[in-house]
Design a protein around this ligand. Structure first.
Ligand code: NAD
Length: 424
């Protein structure tokens, strides 16, 4: 086998470097052939479009939009659409590859993709966003499709934008095609259970890891960074399973209560306070950076990327880290954490509950049928538990951290499928 260069250990990384570093390490351990490595390294398709949109004042503004399909080896590609001023092709490429590994690790029949438009939705009216979304969909009409490429929401987009995408695509087709996109409003064929799906997957994988580490959930303490969709649902569901959530935080503030924060009260407060925890009275205010180094059993980073780095990893006291966020840990921090004997359930596994229920949305749309929330939860819990066990076994067999094991499971599955399907 040709030699694949060792991965450099980086601290402040861009998402592409972060993904490549783990991808390379896992490929090396698997002994992946260089030819296959090169196939999996490069995105299958990159589309850049120019989107002229009439703004409310009558002017015409041109936005740049991207869709990168990293892989369709396992099935139609799947991945969100990001509306953000910093969107660029490199970032979209990395996030597309990330989706390939995430879908493969939970064994759902999808490849990976990601899309984005460089724009600032916070400074745009609903009408301007709608026209931009329709223009983007129009340009991607031949890229998207329920058997080709299935988008979903990401930063800056949500159910409203997915409804416009579904409508525009369907108008062009002359029929309603609900399965072209997931994350739709429930009335348009969205799935029950999608809102809490990622937080629920974090809870399931945390409990599975605690069982292996022999941590009793009823005696365990936990800190959760980020109190948006993923963090607040993870906190709520972990609390329901017996954990004492001693600390929560968001961008504005952080709170600690040794006896446990009342999560329902915190959610209510946040919802009545424009989405912010600032001013919450049920706990003592602490410094935002402290949340990561508190003496708790379980730490859930569920806010943003690159928060656990070479400079704070050595101070982490939790026995278990469950990554709700994408890319919260740098590769340099990975090694420090591993040496300290801390177990990390990596992002591509821990937060895959979201894409799993998106897959269920697509399945329901194709069946023309709706599942109950109980059925959705039962099936996604099973998928998450099986994926965890599979990754755990690989980690034990190869004596590697769960993160590398997760990449190994994913890469192995995609590589084997590629070899069966064959190239030209
Ligand atoms: P969100 O916007 O609903 O919430 C983000 C939360 O993090 C907010 O409370 C925000 O105030 C807080 N935050 C942001 N920066 C912070 C910082 N530096 N320190 C502390 N708190 C900070 O977003 P979300 O949907 O909950 O996503 C959170 C993370 O999970 C992201 O990394 C996202 O990519 C990842 N993720 C989300 C989903 C999903 O289904 N929503 C699925 C997979 C992965």
């Amino acid at each position: 086998m040709a030699y694949i260069e060792p991965a450099p250990l980086l601290d402040k990384e861009n998402p592409f470097e972060a993904m490549m570093s783990r991808f390379r390490t896992a490929s090396q351990i698997l002994g992946l052939e260089e030819e296959v490595y090169n196939v999996l390294k490069n995105p299958a398709k990159q589309v850049i479009v120019s989107l002229p949109v009439t703004m409310d004042d009558g002017s015409i503004k041109v936005f740049e939009g991207y869709r990168v399909i990293h892989s369709t080896i396992l099935g139609p590609s799947k991945g969100g659409i990001r509306f953000d001023p910093h969107v660029n092709l490199d970032e979209v490429k990395a996030l597309a590859a990330w989706m390939t590994w995430k879908c493969a690790v939970v064994d759902i029949p999808y490849g990976g993709a990601k899309g984005g438009v460089a724009c600032n939705p916070r400074e745009m009216s609903a009408g301007e966003i709608e026209r931009l979304m329709r223009a983007y969909t129009q340009s991607m009409q031949d890229v998207f499709g329920p058997d080709q490429d299935i988008p979903a929401p990401d930063m800056g987009t949500g159910p409203r934008e997915m409804a416009w995408l579904m409508d525009q695509y369907s108008r062009n087709k002359g029929m309603t095609v609900a399965a072209v996109v997931t994350g739709k409003p429930i009335v348009l064929g969205g799935s029950l259970g999608r809102t809490e799906a990622t937080g629920r997957g974090v809870m399931v994988s945390a409990l599975a890891a605690m069982e292996k580490l022999k941590i009793n959930p009823y005696k365990a303490t936990c800190a959760v960074q980020g109190f948006g969709n993923v963090g607040s649902w993870a906190a709520r569901l972990l609390h329901e399973r017996g954990l004492k959530i001693q600390a929560i935080s968001d961008l504005a503030s952080a709170y600690y209560n040794e006896d446990g924060v009342d999560i329902e009260a915190a959610v209510k407060y946040r919802d009545s306070n424009k989405g912010s925890l600032d001013g919450f009275s049920g706990a003592e205010k602490i410094n935002g950076s402290e949340i990561l180094t508190l003496p708790v059993d379980v730490l859930v980073p569920a806010a943003t990327e690159d928060v656990i780095t070479g400079s704070n990893a050595g101070n982490i006291k939790a026995q278990l880290i469950v990554e709700g966020a994408n890319g919260p840990t740098s590769s340099k921090a990975d090694n420090i954490i591993f040496d300290k004997g801390i177990t990390v359930v990596p992002d591509i596994l821990a937060n895959a509950g979201g894409v799993t229920v998106s897959y269920f949305e697509w399945v329901q749309n194709r069946l023309g049928y709706k599942w109950t929330a109980e059925r959705v939860n039962r099936r996604s819990d099973r998928i998450m538990k099986d994926a965890f066990n599979n990754v755990f076994k690989t980690a034990t067999d190869y004596k590697v951290p769960l993160r590398i094991a997760a990449y190994m499971v994913a890469i192995d599955k995609v590589a084997k499928t590629y070899k069966f399907r064959g190239g030209y």
